[in-house]
Write a protein that binds this ligand. Structure first.
Ligand SMILES: *Cc1c(COP(=O)(O)O)cnc(C)c1O
Length: 464
C-alpha cells in the first residue's frame, strides 16, 4: 500500500484575523473593535458594533478587514434571492411516494417491516421476495433520494461507510484509488486500514489542485474519491475540472475509472455532483439529509445502469424510513445562523484563522459559487493556543453539544484531532492542518442569540 500526501498550500492563504474589523451591514459601515490580548472583556456582538467614519489605511490588518468587509454583504441579498434546484420540493415530496402504489392509498409510505413476501407460484412474485434485496419502504426512499440528486438510481445502505465500502467492492485486488487527502476520518480509516488489505492501492492526494489528480492517475486507477467541502478543513474540489481531466486522460482506456463525490456536507439541496460530471454521489444520510440525529444510513445515487446492477448485488440495507422533505428545509435556517455565528467568531481576537466555504475570504470562494447553490452550517476555526484552550472552549460551551457528527437540528462542537479525525495518521493530520487548536462547529437551529452568547462565554473562558 502506498500513501502519498501532498503539501498543504491551502492554510497559508487564509486570512489571519486582526484586532479590528470593518463590516458592512445593510448598507451601513461598522468598525468592530476587539479586546486586546483577550484581557479586556468582549462586549456582546451588538454593542461592539459602532458606526465608522472609515479611517482606511494600508496595514496588513486593514487589508484583511477590507476583504472581510464583504462578509456581511452577501448573506442577506444572496439568501433573499436564493433558489433551490428546480422542482426540488415537489420531487422530494412526491417521487416514490405516490399513494396509488398502495391498496390503502396511504399518503405517507407505510413502513414495511416484512422480511419476506408471499409468492404466487415459485419465482412468481410482486417484485418483492426478501427485504434485503428489495423492500417497499426502502424503494420509496431510494426513489426520493435519486430525485433529490437528479439521478436515475438511488441505493440505500446501513451507513455512509457501508455505502463507501460497497462502492469500493466494485474494484479488485491490484486496482488503484485516488482519494482526496482531507476526507472524513472514517473514510480515511476505511481506505487506509481496510481497503488496503484487500490489495487495493490508495493515494491520498490534494485534489484541490487538478494537476495532482492527473499526476496520480495510473493505468490501474479505477476510482477517484472526492469530498467537497472537505471535513474538517472545508476545502473545495472543483468537481467539473477533476471529471474533465480524468475523462480526457482515460478516454481510450478499456476500463475507465469512475469519480465519486461524498456530498454529505452540502446535501442534495445545495450541490448536485452528477450534474457537474461525477459518476456517483455518496451520502452519509446520518447528517444533513436526515437532519434529526436519529438515523445512521448511507446512500449512493448514480445514472449508470450497469454499475447500479453491480451495487444492487452488494446492497445490504437496514430498514429505517424517514420523510426527507421536512429535513431538507432545515438547512436554510441553519445558513442564516451560521453567518451570524461567523461574525461573532471573526470579531474575537482569540481566534486566529476561520474557515467557511461561505466566506469571500475563503481561497476557493469563487469555485464555491460556481458549483454550489448555498453553504453548509459547518464552521471550522483555529483558537489561539493549543489543546488546553480548545478543551476549555469546548467544555464551557453549553448549547453546542460536545459530540461527533453534524448537520442536525442541534448545534454540535468537537475537536477533530481527538475525535472525528483521531484515526487519521499523525503525519497526515499535520499536513492537513488538523491540529489540537482546530475546532469544528455544526451550527443548528437554536436561537441565534443563545448560540452567540454561548460562544462568547466559551471564548472568554478559553483565554482567561
Ligand atoms: C459521517 C460521514 C461519513 C460516514 O457516514 P456514516 O453514516 O457515519 O457511516 C462519510 N462522509 C462524511 C463527510 C461524513 O460526515
Amino acid at each position: 500500500m502506498t500513501i502519498a500526501v501532498t503539501r498543504n498550500r491551502f492554510l497559508n492563504k487564509l486570512p489571519v484575523i486582526g484586532p479590528s474589523l470593518k463590516l458592512t451591514l445593510g448598507g451601513n459601515s461598522f468598525t468592530v473593535r476587539m479586546s486586546r490580548q483577550g484581557k479586556q472583556p468582549m462586549s456582546p456582538t451588538g454593542q461592539i458594533l459602532e458606526n465608522s467614519s472609515g479611517t482606511g489605511g494600508n496595514t496588513p490588518v486593514d487589508h484583511i478587514t477590507e476583504k472581510l468587509s464583504h462578509i456581511l454583504v452577501p448573506p442577506a441579498p444572496e439568501m433573499a434571492g436564493f433558489k433551490p434546484f428546480p422542482k426540488f420540493s415537489t420531487d422530494v415530496l412526491h417521487v416514490g411516494q405516490e399513494p396509488e402504489q398502495w391498496n390503502s392509498m396511504a399518503v405517507v409510505p407505510p413502513i414495511s417491516m416484512a422480511s419476506t413476501f408471499k409468492q404466487f407460484a415459485p419465482a412468481e412474485h410482486t417484485g418483492f421476495e426478501y427485504s434485503r434485496s428489495g423492500n417497499p419502504t426502502r424503494n420509496c426512499l431510494e426513489k426520493s433520494l435519486a430525485a433529490a440528486e437528479g439521478a436515475k438510481h438511488g441505493l440505500c445502505f446501513a451507513s455512509g461507510l457501508a455505502a463507501t465500502m460497497t462502492v469500493t467492492h466494485l474494484l479488485q485486488a491490484g486496482d488503484h484509488i485516488i482519494c482526496m487527502d482531507d476526507v472524513y476520518g472514517g473514510s480515511n480509516r476505511y481506505f487506509n486500514k481496510c481497503a488496503s488489505k484487500m490489495g487495493l492501492e490508495i493515494s491520498f492526494i490534494d485534489c484541490t489542485v487538478v494537476q495532482n489528480v492527473l499526476q496520480a492517475l495510473t493505468p490501474r486507477t479505477r476510482m477517484i474519491w472526492i469530498e467537497t467541502p472537505t471535513n474538517p478543513t472545508l476545502k473545495l474540489v472543483d468537481i467539473t475540472a477533476v471529471c474533465q481531466v480524468v475523462r480526457a486522460e482515460t478516454a481510450d482506456w478499456e476500463v475507465k475509472p469512475f469519480v465519486v463525490v461524498d456530498n454529505t456536507f452540502m446535501s442534495a439541496y445545495f450541490q448536485r455532483p452528477l450534474s457537474l460530471g461525477a459518476d456517483m454521489v455518496m451520502h452519509s444520510l446520518s447528517k444533513y439529509m436526515n437532519g434529526h440525529s436519529d438515523v445512521i444510513m448511507g446512500a449512493i445515487c448514480l445514472n449508470d445502469d450497469e454499475l447500479t446492477e453491480k451495487l444492487r448485488f452488494f446492497q445490504n440495507c437496514k430498514l429505517l424510513y424517514f420523510c426527507p422533505l421536512e429535513k431538507f428545509f432545515t438547512i436554510m435556517t441553519i445558513k442564516v445562523k451560521l453567518f451570524i455565528v461567523l461574525v461573532l467568531v471573526l470579531t474575537s481576537n482569540i481566534v486566529c484563522v476561520i474557515i467557511s466555504e461561505g466566506l469571500p475570504s475563503h481561497p476557493q470562494y469563487e469555485l464555491g459559487k460556481r458549483q454550489m447553490i448555498g453553504y453548509s452550517g459547518m464552521l471550522t476555526f483555529y483558537i489561539k493556543g493549543g489543546l488546553e484552550e480548545s478543551r476549555k472552549f469546548l467544555k464551557t460551551l453549553k448549547i453546542f453539544t460536545l459530540a461527533e457528527s453534524l448537520g442536525g437540528f442541534e448545534s454540535l462542537c468537537e475537536l477533530p484531532s481527538l475525535q472525528t479525525h483521531a484515526s487519521v495518521p499523525d503525519e497526515q493530520r499535520k499536513v492537513l492542518g488538523i491540529t489540537d487548536s482546530l475546532i469544528r462547529l455544526s451550527v443548528g437551529l437554536e436561537d441565534v442569540e443563545d448560540l452567540i452568547e454561548d460562544i462568547e462565554k466559551a471564548l472568554r473562558a478559553a483565554v482567561s
